[in-house]
Design a protein around this ligand. Structure first.
Ligand code: HEM
Length: 515
């Protein structure tokens, strides 16, 4: 196909009529769109009425599966600009020159709710960015929290199910929610749960929140040295959160509050920006940490691993069409570029598989041909990735569909330095279930966060209140587990949660004994 895809081009413009004469899907003009072919004026319809069937049948196929999870979200386009030289850490082309800009697309989302759910729900926010680099597309599929609920990927479907609906009642279910999180081995989630139930769990705006890699990644320089890296994308608008009551009210009054605010601010020329930082760690430093560098439930102490500025991100362009550019955008941590790779974090490793698999289900095997997903700045040449449903890019014409010696191909691998030193893994292939019971080390950072909240007036109290109003809807035995779990963070916190939860939902001990 000769047409150059510009990444944000939502339409194959050669297919769209400029004279605005309305046609059916085959380009045949329709003179009267609301006339149907029937027997006589009032008789039954005729199967030969292609225009009617064209319209009704396409309508039935308008929806594609929503994302599971992160179904609800908003997006915008912009650019990343290098502000500081980090070529000593990363050799990726997008970082090779100060001032260099790379076009990007960001999708913000909530996690547990359906596509039509409220923007202000208590939930982590997704912060996913696609960079259209000259070395191919790079996706940073991050959240607005620096840690996550699990460190064992087999838990993910179980955990997400508890954030969704009860299989029988089809209701959101506080019992499922807290039953999972208070199960002893799942209490590794405590740090993330504390963030979620502080007012940070309800950001006031997508523009006023940070993004974090959460995971440890591995970046390398052109000398072949590599580093563990965490990325922080910090809002320049200042953090702003909602309290529980504001969030609940907005969920009723304007469920699309954050999406509207993002769209209107960009439309009005008020472009949100973020400053991007990295933390780096050597393999040796990682060996001396009190926790595993691959443990996604932990943050790296900033004193020991200070933030280093690398660039800024600006969102200055709204999508022209939501479905084409936001609903169909497909991010994956495995969409990466030279010098940026995944670490051995098992959750990250699972994600490398999970996202493209989701895209093939949600969008089809040729999801990379959808304009918003095309690596337009690098372009694709892979003779053996051919055919498949909805192949629309010319399918490489007469190019042989295999790689062999008759034709010549170019490979750049040999030009890249090979990392001489690597992590070395050995051991038998065996099932391993990470730390079934969280130790005290899993509560240390949660306690630290509680102290930080203590420096912000009213925030410790807000945390207790936000948990209490939620847990008040759970069964008493599960409530007791919640109080006990928070007591491991702070006794007063647990006491405050308990007294408020029980005042919202008093226990009738006699009645309970009969049940
Ligand atoms: C084993 C762990 C995980 C699995 C299996 C998993 C799986 C998924 C799946 C299947 C989707 C929907 C993809 C789609 O249909 O396009 C998704 C979306 C998403 N996930 Fe995860 N996820 C995991 C953990 C995480 C973590 C730790 C983060 C953040 C650090 C994260 C951030 C996101 C974001 C931001 C999206 C939305 C992307 C978009 O806007 O399209 N996920 N995840």
């Amino acid at each position: 196909m000769s047409q150059v895809n510009k990444g944000n081009d939502t339409t194959n413009t050669s297919d769209v009529r400029s004279d605005r004469i309305v046609t059916n899907s085959q380009g045949n003009p329709i003179n009267e769109p609301f006339a149907t072919q029937r027997v006589g004026k009032y008789g039954p319809l005729l199967l030969q009425d292609f225009n009617l069937i064209d319209s009704l049948a396409h309508f039935n196929r308008e929806r594609i599966p929503e994302r599971n999870p992160h179904a609800h979200g908003s997006g915008a386009f912009g650019y990343f600009e290098v502000t500081d030289d980090i070529t000593d850490v990363c050799g990726s082309a997008m970082f090779n020159e100060i001032g260099k800009r790379t076009r990007c697309m960001v999708r913000f989302s909530t996690v547990g709710g359906e596509k039509g759910s409220a923007d202000t729900a208590r939930d982590p926010r997704g912060f996913a960015t696609k960079f259209y680099t000259e070395e191919g597309n790079l996706d940073w599929v991050y959240n607005n929290t620096p840690v996550f609920f699990i460190r064992d990927p087999s838990k993910f479907p179980h955990f997400i199910h508890t954030q969704k609906r009860n299989p029988q009642t089809n209701l959101k279910d506080a019992n499922m929610f807290w039953d999972f999180l208070t199960t002893p081995e799942n209490q590794v989630a405590i740090h993330q749960v504390m963030i979620l139930f502080s007012d940070r769990g309800t950001p006031a705006s997508y523009r006023k929140m940070n993004g974090y890699s959460g995971h440890t990644y591995k970046w390398s320089n052109k000398k072949g040295e590599w580093f563990y890296v965490q990325v922080h994308i910090k809002t320049d608008q200042g953090i702003e959160n909602l309290n529980n009551e504001q969030a609940v009210k907005l969920a009723g009054e304007n469920p699309d509050y954050c999406g509207e605010e993002l769209f209107k601010s960009i439309q009005g020329g008020d472009f949100p920006t973020w400053t991007v930082y990295i933390q780096t760690m050597t393999e040796k430093e990682a060996q001396n940490l009190p926790f595993s560098v691959f443990d996604l439930t932990k943050v790296w102490p900033h004193k020991q691993f200070p933030l280093r500025r690398i660039g800024k991100m600006v969102l200055n362009e709204n999508p022209q069409n939501f479905f084409a550019q936001v609903e169909q955008v497909a991010f994956s941590p495995s969409h990466t570029v030279p010098y940026q790779e995944a670490s051995a974090d098992p959750v990250l490793q699972s994600r490398l598989f999970a996202y493209p698999d989701a895209h093939r289900h949600r969008l089809g095997a040729n999801y990379h041909q959808i304009p918003v997903n095309c690596p337009y700045a690098s372009k694709v040449f892979n003779p053996s990735i051919r055919d498949g449903p909805m192949n629309v890019n010319g399918n490489l014409g007469s190019e042989p569909n295999y790689l062999a010696s008759t034709n010549s191909y170019n490979y750049i691998q040999s030009q890249k330095p090979i990392q001489q030193h690597q992590e070395v893994w050995h051991g038998p292939a065996m099932p391993f279930h990470w730390a079934t019971s969280p130790g005290d080390v899993d509560f240390v950072q949660a306690r630290g966060l509680y102290r930080v909240l203590g420096q912000q007036p009213g925030q410790q109290r807000a945390l207790a209140h936000n948990v209490a109003v939620h847990v008040a809807r759970a069964r008493p035995d599960i409530q007791d587990r919640v109080f006990a779990m928070f007591a491991r963070v702070d006794k007063d916190l647990a006491k405050n949660i308990k007294s408020e939860a029980l005042s919202i939902s008093p226990r009738d001990e006699k009645l309970q004994a009969k049940l």
